[in-house]
Each structure stands twice: as C-alpha cells, then as structure tokens.
Design a protein around this ligand. Structure first.
Ligand code: HEC
Ligand code: HEC
Length: 300
C-alpha cells in the first residue's frame, strides 16, 4: 500500500512537471547529418535482411492481428490492445500508408523512434513499445528493418487512441521516465567473449527484447537490469509468467524457441515468438541465444 501511495504521489508530480519542462528541454536523438556516422562505409539497406529482423523482433506480434489469427506474416496495420495497469495501448499501423501508417518517415525519424522513443514532432512514446530494447540495435539493422517495412503494401486503418488513465495519459511525462530508466546506448560487444556469445547477447538484448517479459520490473514498470532474465510477471490473466532464463540449460532454451518441441502453451504470448524464431532464425542464431542465456549466472 505504501509503495502504491509513493508511486501515486510521484506520478502526480511528474504529471505537473510533465506539462512544463519537456517543452523547453532539447529533444534527444540523432540528426540527418549524424546518421552516416553510425553506418558502415558504403552501407546500403537490405530489405531481405530486414524481413528476417522484423520476425526476430516480433514486430508483427504487436502490430498485426497475428495474436488472433496465428498468421505471423499478416500486414502490420495495427494490433489488438495491450492491456496494462495504466490502461490499453493500441499498437499502430506501421505499413507505408501516409495517413494512418508511417509512410513518408525519413530514416532518421525511424531511428529516433526506435532508439529514443521520440516520434516526429517530438511525440514521446510509451515503453509499451519496446524502444528500451530496440535502442541497443545497430543503426544498420534498424535501416534494414525500415527497408523491409518500405516494401510492404501501404494499407489504411482506423487510428485508435490509447485509453489510459490519469496521469499516464500525459505523454510528455515520459521525458522523466526516459531520464530515469532509458539507456539509449547501443550494444557494445564484450571482447573477452566469443563472437557467438556476443551475437546471442545482441539478439536477446536488442531486437529480441526478451527482457521485456523475462526480467522483473520495478514499480515504475522499468526492467530491473541487475536482475535481468530472472523471470517476469504474467502479461495477461490466466497466462504463466515468463520464466527465468538466466543460467538455464541450453536445451531448454532451444526448446522454448522451437515450435515443434511443443514446450510452449499456444495461448501464451511466447507462442508467437516461438513461431517467428522457428521460421526465421538460423541455427547459428538459436545456438548463440542459448549459449548467452545459459552462461548468465542465475541470481545476477
Ligand atoms: C510489445 C508490443 C510491440 C512490439 C513487439 C513492437 N511494437 Fe511498435 N509500438 C507498440 C506500441 C504500443 C506503440 C505505440 C506507442 C505510443 O503510442 O506511445 C508502438 C509504436 C511504434 C512506432 C511509432 C508509430 C507512430 O505512428 O508513431 C513504430 C515506428 C513502431 N512501433 C515500430 C515497431 C517495429 C519496427 C517493431 C519491431 C522491431 C515494433 N514496433 C515492435 C508496440 C510494439
Ligand atoms: C511477450 C512476452 C515474451 C517475450 C518478449 C519473450 N518471452 Fe519467452 N516466454 C514468455 C512466457 C509467458 C513464457 C511461458 C510460456 C509457457 O509456459 O507456455 C515464455 C517461455 C520461454 C521459454 C521456455 C522456458 C521454460 O521454462 O521452458 C524460453 C526458452 C523463452 N521463453 C525464451 C525467450 C527468448 C530467448 C526471448 C527473446 C527472443 C523471449 N523468450 C521473449 C514470454 C515472453
């Protein structure tokens, strides 16, 4: 109860400040001229690689009707509401439609949304969109991803506003949340580890956003980094909580990502992830993920 009271008071203060300070603070993000500094020389976006990354990141799990239809290739014209204590979030249309999707977005606008949770015109996103993990991805991977989205058929959909309770409906307050909890620095490889281990660490912590469900959160809904992959809370009623992955046996981890092992309940939010990884990850990627997660010492 005391925790709740503290959270409510803090949320109230944030709500009041949320209206004033973010308006004058500089907007984080990179500029068009800085973009090339983040890319390898002669980089050209590869939409085919981007299509694979789209699946490894499960973009369609939230942004399409995959959760209802089971069809992971359906167009990301917006997905079913994500229910949370703050209210319902509606994942929007991310096809290239210019009215209701993200058609016409520049590369840099896309990168800033994915890394800093900042939309065009400085709109601040909620972390129900896992930019907290996507921030760790390389700019090259993000532009491959965008190149894939650009190949999709533009489709119009109805824009659905989130239905959030006060004070969560004040978007600008996310300015403070980001200051406190969002670390936008890109993944840096650990040179004392193998290339395979680093590949696993990269996938899990960036596009794979495994910690969103498998790590415990604090009372402000931020992942507890010091307890990464120690197990999360159930996302929806009746669902098993995402179990601990740190230090797990690598065969268990591989089975969790393999549709045919049947170890994942079809009604679980893990099921679509399993479908995506079974169909789109290479054996090397799966082994790398298992190697990384099983190497983490349980208990941090
Ligand atoms: C866990 C669910 C979830 C996943 C997975 C997810 N998103 Fe989203 N995304 C959201 C939600 C919810 C929003 C709306 C956030 C807001 O309004 O603050 C959003 C917003 C966005 C936006 C901003 C759109 C706009 O019109 O302003 C983009 C771009 C986007 N997502 C791209 C992606 C891509 C690309 C992927 C895969 C790499 C992805 N998302 C994966 C839930 C998700
Ligand atoms: C949207 C939430 C969500 C995300 C994101 C997610 N998981 Fe899961 N995961 C779950 C849930 C819930 C379960 C439990 C499913 C069940 O018991 O049927 C689970 C189960 C698993 C299992 C089976 C563990 C066991 O005890 O047998 C593995 C392995 C796993 N996840 C790995 C991953 C990896 C690796 C990622 C990132 C690529 C990931 N998960 C991303 C929610 C998620």
């Amino acid at each position: 109860m005391r925790k709740l009271a503290v959270a409510l008071v803090a949320a109230g203060i944030v709500a009041l400040l949320g209206i004033a300070v973010p308006a004058i603070a500089p907007t984080p993000g990179i500029t068009q001229t800085e973009l090339s500094e983040h890319l390898p020389k002669g980089f050209e976006a590869d939409s085919e690689r981007g299509r694979v990354l789209y699946h490894l990141a499960g973009c369609g799990n939230c942004h399409s009707n995959a959760a209802e239809s089971g069809l992971i290739d359906n167009s990301p014209i917006g997905g079913p509401p994500l229910l949370s204590f703050a209210g319902n979030f509606h994942p929007p249309n991310i096809t290239p439609d210019t009215e209701t999707g993200i058609g016409g977005w520049s590369d840099v606008a896309f990168v800033n949304a994915m890394k800093f949770g900042i939309g065009p015109q400085g709109k601040r996103y909620y972390p129900a969109f896992p930019y907290t993990s996507f921030a760790k991805a390389t700019v090259a991977d993000l532009l491959d991803l965008k190149a894939h989205l650009d190949t999709l058929e533009p489709e119009t959909s109805e824009i659905q506003e989130h239905s959030l309770s006060f004070p969560f409906n004040i978007r600008s307050a996310m300015f403070y949340w980001n200051l406190l909890f969002h670390d936008p620095t890109e993944f840096t490889p650990d040179n004392s580890r193998s290339i395979e281990w680093n590949r696993g660490a990269y996938l899990v912590n960036s596009l794979g956003h495994c910690g969103v469900c498998h790590s415990p959160r604090n009372m402000f809904w931020a992942e507890r980094v010091e307890q990464a992959f120690e197990g999360g809370a159930p996302l929806k009623e009746g669902e098993r909580a995402a179990p601990k992955l740190a230090g797990r046996d690598s065969v268990k981890i591989l089975n969790g990502l393999d549709e045919w092992s049947g170890s994942i309940d079809e009604n679980s939010s893990m099921y679509l992830i399993t479908r995506n990884y079974s169909e789109h990850a290479t054996i090397e990627d799966l082994d790398a993920i298992a190697l990384y997660l099983s190497s983490l010492s349980p208990g941090g």
